[in-house]
Design a protein around this ligand. Structure first.
Ligand code: HDE
Length: 684
């Protein structure tokens, strides 16, 4: 051990004192160095997206896209570009839990051979507002209320819904966040989106519009609200732990990258404005073309140095990627650099996690914590004195040049009417959901409105947003909140919006869809790699059944955890010793995707154990597949799980033995959840 000056330290555990019981000496420079370093350990947390986790990996191009863009990652088939990706929640502080209802950040730093490109997106394809100047208001509204700093990481409070009720452009995004999309099961189960319409530019200067999509190989899967709340208490680090552990065991996180390309000539072909980030381009109108994949395969060595200090900027682009006039994107171009200067300082780009792979050469100098030792007397351009010094490169084809978009307009502070269709896509989203998804969405909005203390707030949400989105939505929320829709309409204050007439060529209602099946999560994903199955066991568990479950499920990449009433080992019916992965008190049901209860002596005891019965009932309530084998079947009745009526749809509760039980678990895990169960009477 040494000091920061390289001095060998003889004793790091005792400070220097005037006698063994005397006062500490000011002279003790080792004590002071250690404590001062500690005092300065924190940097300001991100004002939004403070809670996050990241990983390293690579992006691999499936094809050569040079006809569309000169962006380096797409220049040849099979080319690999290193990446660092950080996932985050938006509203909570750095120490908040992983599973609140919230938007998730999905920020990817590509270390390309033409410089750093940051694609700073979210896990939802649209945003709440469509002018950057409203962002501080949105965030002040959603963050804990300033007089009491309550609630942490939650939109379920007055100020958020007050703001929302007066900003009808939030409608579409509200639908996404209040649906189960706002509760991702894990990072690996989230989609990612560039959100804004970006530009792809080819080597000849041709340009087209693009939307970026990350499609998770493991499928899109979510928790349910009760589960997410419990997870926040039982394992606040649930998602970052899940990512860390899966990478450590070699189960890497993977996404396909897709693009939706719209040629310039089609800019006005849609019934919405491509520059309005509260709209998405339905995949049924412009298919998503899969062009590459991202694999996250290496955990950071140090959270602070990498995940906390990584500095994403929307302005970090490479030749081939350019901006559009989306007013949110334009505002973000300013915000991200500004925030990194505040958070990390002027030399943030020199930190290992932020450095480009290619050499940096310019006349930017000095500032706090400068790392580079610039040599020579010349720090300006042009110069004949310096010999070899940085030259700009007017001739270089691979140098960055802004797309020469024609700009012509009056200075004006207003919103185009092409941005003011607030409800069509919100309605499309609602129409696209399965019945259970609609039910969860209605319950979520009702939950949040019921949390509001000021009665006028939910009324304004009903009158200004919900009734305009869908009558079924409005009626469902009215029923659960006790709101009277007609009264809401009478008393609600009207939103304030500044609009100007859109130019003639603006959207005219041509290309649109009423329903976009791509938006529903009611899908089956093939494969169960990385899914976690709780096996409730104990002394005398049926060894054959446990063995059959384990070998069949582990062969498919699933993770089995044996849970018993204590840690250490148990002995199965075959006399073999079985390792207990978690004692029951350390094993909440919410961290598992499915439950299996093998037979044997252990099952008799479990059927009389409150913790085990609660575990099973809770997993049932959250829609998870359950398998009961042999004596384990006793738990079905003891946990009061309703037995489905004959002919009812498949409920994902199986009583049987391997291999049928294993097959049922696999089918259930691929389906993810059974949301058509009758859960009202289940006490959990
Ligand atoms: Fe951000 N956003 N944002 N944002 N954002 C930040 O930058 C901002 C927006 C997003 O893992 C901040 O480094 C403004 C949309 C992600 O480090 C800050 C506006 C989208 C992350 C900032 C938006 C995002 C941030 C805070 C309205 C989806 C985390 C810390 C114009 C496309 C990146 C930081 C990470 C972070 C500003 C809206 C995504 C203050 C002004 C839309 C994923 O610069």
């Amino acid at each position: 051990m040494t000091s920061n000056q390289g001095l060998k330290i003889s004793d790091d555990q005792n400070s220097e004192k005037a006698g063994v019981r005397g006062g500490s000496l000011l002279e003790d420079f080792l004590l002071r160095e250690k404590i001062t370093a500690f005092d300065h350990e924190r940097i300001p947390e991100r004002v939004v997206h403070a809670r996050g986790a990241g990983a390293h990996g690579y992006f691999e191009a499936y094809e050569d896209l040079s006809a569309l863009t000169m962006a380096a990652p797409f220049s040849e088939k099979g080319k690999r570009t290193p990446v660092f990706t950080r996932f985050s929640t938006v509203a909570g502080s750095r120490g908040s839990a992983d599973t609140p209802r919230d938007v998730r950040g999905f920020a990817v730093k590509f270390y390309t051979d033409a410089g750093v490109w940051d694609l700073v997106g979210n896990h939802i394809p649209v945003f709440f507002i469509n002018d950057a100047i409203k962002f501080p208001d949105l965030i002040h509204a959603v963050k804990p209320e300033p007089h009491v700093e309550i609630p942490q990481a939650a939109s379920a409070h007055d100020t958020f819904w007050d703001f929302a009720s007066l900003s009808p452009e939030v409608s579409h995004m509200i639908m996404w966040v209040m649906s189960d999309r706002g509760l991702p099961r894990s990072f690996a189960n989230m989609e990612g989106f560039g959100v804004h319409t970006w530009r792809l530019v080819d080597a000849k200067g041709g340009s087209r519009f693009v939307k970026f999509h990350w499609k998770p190989v493991k499928g899109v899967q979510s928790q349910v609200w009760d589960e997410a709340q419990k997870t926040a208490g039982k394992d606040a680090d649930y998602q970052r732990r899940d990512m860390f552990e899966s990478i450590e065991r070699g189960d890497f996180l993977e996404w396909d990258l897709g693009i939706q390309v719209v040629e310039e000539k089609d800019e006005f072909a849609f019934d919405f404005d491509l520059l309005d980030d509260t709209k998405l381009i339905p995949e049924e109108l412009v298919p998503v073309r899969i062009v590459g994949k991202m694999v996250l395969n290496r955990n950071p060595d140090n959270y602070f140095a990498e995940t906390e200090q990584v500095a994403f900027c929307v302005s970090h682009v490479v030749p081939g990627i350019d901006f559009t006039n989306d007013p949110m994107l334009q505002g973000r171009l300013h915000s991200y650099l500004d925030t990194q200067l505040r958070r990390i300082g002027p030399n943030f780009a020199e930190l290992p996690i932020n450095r480009p792979l290619n050499p940096v050469s310019n006349n930017r100098r000095d500032g706090f914590a400068k790392n580079t030792i610039n040599k020579g007397r010349v720090a300006y351009f042009p110069s004949a004195l310096g010999g070899v010094h940085p030259m700009h490169q007017p001739q270089a084809v691979d140098a960055f040049r802004s797309y020469a978009e024609k700009v012509d307009g009056h200075k004006i502070r207003a919103r185009s009417t092409s941005f003011t269709d607030y409800f069509t896509q919100a309605t499309m989203f609602f129409n696209s959901l399965a019945d259970w998804e609609k039910k969860h969405l209605i319950e979520a909005i009702a939950f949040e409105l019921n949390q509001c203390e000021t009665k006028a707030v939910p009324k304004a949400v009903m009158a200004n947003l919900l009734v305009n989105i869908h009558p079924e939505l409005a009626a469902g929320v009215a029923e659960q909140t006790g709101l009277d829709i007609e009264e809401c309409k009478r008393v609600a204050p009207k939103p304030v919006v500044t609009e100007v007439a859109a130019p003639k060529e603006m959207p005219s209602g041509r290309l649109k869809v009423e329903r976009s099946p791509a938006l529903s999560m009611d899908k089956v994903t093939k494969g169960i790699k990385g899914r976690k199955i709780a096996v409730l066991a104990g002394e005398g568990v049926d060894g054959e059944q446990l063995g059959a479950l384990r070998s069949a499920l582990e062969a498919q990449g699933a993770v089995i955890e044996v849970i018993a009433d204590r840690g250490g080992t148990i002995t199965c019916s075959l006399g073999k010793s079985v390792k207990v992965d978690r004692p029951a008190v350390n094993a909440p049901s919410v961290i598992y995707d499915a439950v299996a209860v093998p037979g044997g002596k252990s099952a008799e005891k479990l059927a009389k154990t409150g913790l085990a019965l609660a575990f099973v009932a809770e997993a049932f309530k959250h829609g998870k597949p359950l398998v009961f084998m042999g004596e384990g079947q006793a738990l079905i009745a003891k946990a009061h799980l309703p037995v489905p009526a004959a002919g009812a749809p498949e409920q994902g509760v199986t009583a049987g033995t391997a291999p049928a039980a294993v097959a049922a678990l696999v089918t259930g895990l691929e389906k993810h959840r059974y949301h058509n169960r009758d859960i009202e009477a289940v006490a959990a």
